[in-house]
Write a protein of this length. Structure first.
Length: 216
């Protein structure tokens, strides 16, 4: 069986956390990954600006069977972002999966207390973290700030030591994602369910096309 090649195109470098989400979802679907690529344009003299151009450049530089395209919903309805992705991908590739967390990617990292405590550098801490229920994460206006403050609380540091730790927050947030091995608690969150449904549909189409061509 030939493994899947996929490329993840995200809004920014901080969204590399989605690599862990994608890997978990593909394992859940029983897919074996042959090649996983992050669409990196940092080396480009003139990086592509529009989503349409970024999609095409991602496919050119990182050929794949399946393209994951991330856009944070932010202030727009999730459906509008999905339409934006659909229009940008049109005619560029046959199989893609939109990833549209409500607000920001960090909303999908707030369910794992153990990962947050470990990423803070204080895995045995006892400070109350007051993590939101999964059913409430889509109502959080600024998930990145919530995750950052939760990480700082988990350190149980005070004063200048806490202030110095704040400089490490980007690394700590990414570490949370790396430490989460189960995103199952997010099942039931509408944006996450939409991602899983879109993935299932794309894999079904890809599998049927590959079977017809004898490729997988």
């Amino acid at each position: 069986m030939i493994g899947l090649r996929y490329t993840l195109l995200a809004d920014g470098t901080s969204d590399r956390a989605l690599e862990q989400v994608v890997s978990w979802a593909l394992r859940r679907a029983g897919e074996r990954v042959e090649q996983a690529s992050w669409a990196d344009f940092s080396f480009a003299v003139t990086p592509p600006r529009t989503l349409r151009d970024r999609v095409r450049e991602a496919i050119r530089l990182y050929p794949c069977d399946l393209l994951f395209v991330h856009r944070d919903a932010e202030a727009l309805p999730r459906a509008d972002r999905r339409d934006e992705i659909r229009d940008a991908v049109a005619s560029a590739c046959d199989y893609y999966v939109p990833i549209v967390p409500v607000r920001m990617t960090e909303a999908w990292l707030l369910h794992d207390e153990a990962a947050i405590r470990q990423a803070s550098g204080n895995p045995s801490g006892s400070a109350e973290l007051n993590l939101p229920a999964a059913s409430a994460i889509e109502r959080i206006a600024d998930p990145k700030s919530v995750l950052s403050e939760t990480l700082l609380s988990a350190t149980e540091l005070t004063g200048r030591r806490r202030d110095r730790k704040r400089r490490e927050l980007p690394k700590m947030r990414r570490r949370v994602a790396d430490l989460i091995d189960d995103f199952g608690p997010l099942v039931g969150v509408p944006a996450f369910d939409s991602f899983l449904a879109d993935l299932a549909e794309a894999l079904e189409g890809l599998g049927a096309a590959a079977q017809a061509g004898g490729l997988r």
